[in-house]
Design a protein around this ligand. Structure first.
Ligand code: SR1
Ligand code: MG
Length: 423
């Protein structure tokens, strides 16, 4: 049976009429649909997003479309991604309460999620483009990464439940396919939908596409992405998937969720901080962004440290799954064995996350889906200079990931690249 046979896309004119009977929405915003004000605000690549305001309040209505919005109906995309997003949000809200928007309702057949309207929140990427330093970020994001990644894995979960969940999310094939192509392969050959700042980047793009070590690294990372169902990952945790105020941080949009490698979410997130770092030159105008640049690098260090600390804490307090059982270590008074295993576990995440960060940077400059951080730089020579520095860091991370031992090492390289004159 086709679950989606009655699917009809919403629009600002039809939304109030179609959702007027949804009691939970009426409770939230007021029950007279004639007074509702509806705006479509979706600026992502895939979905419709409406803000609906009534006499009592406001809510967000998100609806998947049966195609990739960025490209059009020539690229069909299953509506079921809405189901995965809903289920990922429910799990993330249990694993790290308060870090996701509240969900009011989910209509599977219409691929509609009604959720909390986050206000006065802004998209983190926008905040960075404007040069805003958000104090709470490392604490909130470091904990979110550790808690969601640890608590969804065989380190913690009942393995029967985890296997059932793994099967549930295994059908998110189309969204995995987007990542497998757009992140790990397309940037490294002349794929049809690729674009880059041309002609300024033509030289470095040709170099990267001829770079054997880089292509081998990218394929190894793709192998890990596609074959390591370690935990329920967000799957698209860039700075456009985070909303912030001065004292609140929320993670949104987990429609790419599936059981994949822990390191992926960490790497994608940090890559977007490094891209923001290199893009600052393009946004500074007459107000220098030195402090913002320092803040961004410091934040990468803090996120990693907080992630490590929280993951280690959970390792000791919530290791109830089938992996690294306590019977083998703590119960035999072998605390050192447990520490050694934890160290090795975190080291594997470290190495893979650096690789994922590297290819994420490349795909945002060379592939289909670019970042506003660079795209909003109007002067194309300046944009290309910023992008070149990011590409170089990306290459270093992807190829040399096993030889990099600290965040300080990466950030020193980033600072050196940042001050280079690109001709
Ligand atoms: C075709 S979708 C392009 C990108 O948008 C999403 O946000 C993901 O990052 C995806 O790779
Ligand atoms: Mg998204």
């Amino acid at each position: 049976m086709d679950k989606y046979k009655d699917f009809v896309a919403l629009n600002v004119g039809t939304l109030a009429g179609r959702l007027s009977n949804l009691a939970i929405l009426c409770d939230q915003i007021g029950s007279d649909p004639k007074t509702w004000r509806v705006k479509e605000v979706g600026d992502g690549n895939l979905n419709l997003v409406f803000i609906v305001e009534g006499s009592k309040g406001a809510a967000v209505v998100k609806q998947a479309l049966p195609y990739v919005r960025l490209v059009g109906d020539s690229w069909p995309l299953p509506l079921k991604r809405s189901f995965f997003e809903y289920h990922a949000l429910t799990r993330q809200s249990q694993r790290d309460p308060g870090m996701t928007p509240k969900i009011f309702s989910f209509d599977e057949n219409q691929a509609i999620i009604v959720m909390e309207y986050l206000t006065p929140h802004v998209i983190l990427r926008r905040a960075f483009i404007e040069g805003c330093e958000i104090p709470d970020l490392p604490d909130k994001l470091g904990h979110f990464l550790a808690r969601t990644l640890f608590r969804g894995s065989d380190l913690c979960m009942d393995t029967k439940l985890r296997k059932a969940d793994l099967a549930l999310f295994a059908d998110n094939v189309a969204l995995c396919d987007i990542t497998e192509s757009l992140v790990f392969s397309d940037p490294y050959y002349e794929a049809k939908l690729n674009r880059h700042t041309s002609p300024q980047l033509d030289g470095i793009v040709a170099q990267l596409r001829a770079d054997r070590d880089l292509k081998v690294a990218a394929q190894r990372l793709k192998h890990i992405f596609a074959n390591m169902p370690e935990t329920l990952i967000h799957g698209d945790l860039h700075t456009g998937s985070v909303m912030v105020t001065d004292n609140d941080v929320r993670v949104i949009d987990p429609e790419f969720a599936f059981y994949g490698p822990m390191a992926f979410d960490v790497g994608i997130l940090l890559a977007n901080f490094w891209m923001s770092y290199f893009s600052q030159r393009g946004h500074e105008g007459s107000r220098p962004r030195d402090s913002m640049r320092r803040y961004l690098l410091k934040t990468t260090v803090k996120i990693w440290n907080i992630f490590r600390a929280e993951f280690s804490k959970l390792w000791h307090s919530e290791r109830t799954g089938i992996l690294y059982q306590r019977q083998l270590f703590e119960d035999q008074n072998d605390a050192l064995g447990s520490a050694q295993a934890l160290d090795q576990f975190l080291n594997n995440i470290w190495v893979d996350m650096l690789g994922f960060a590297g290819v994420e940077i490349h795909r945002r400059v060379l592939g289909l889906a670019h970042n506003a951080d660079f795209e909003l730089i109007v002067d194309l020579d300046l944009r290309a200079a910023c992008e070149t520095k990011a590409l170089k860091l990306g290459r270093y991370l992807a190829v040399n990931r096993a030889q990099i031992h600290s965040m300080a090492e990466i950030n020193t390289l980033a600072e050196r690249l940042e001050t280079e004159i690109v001709t």
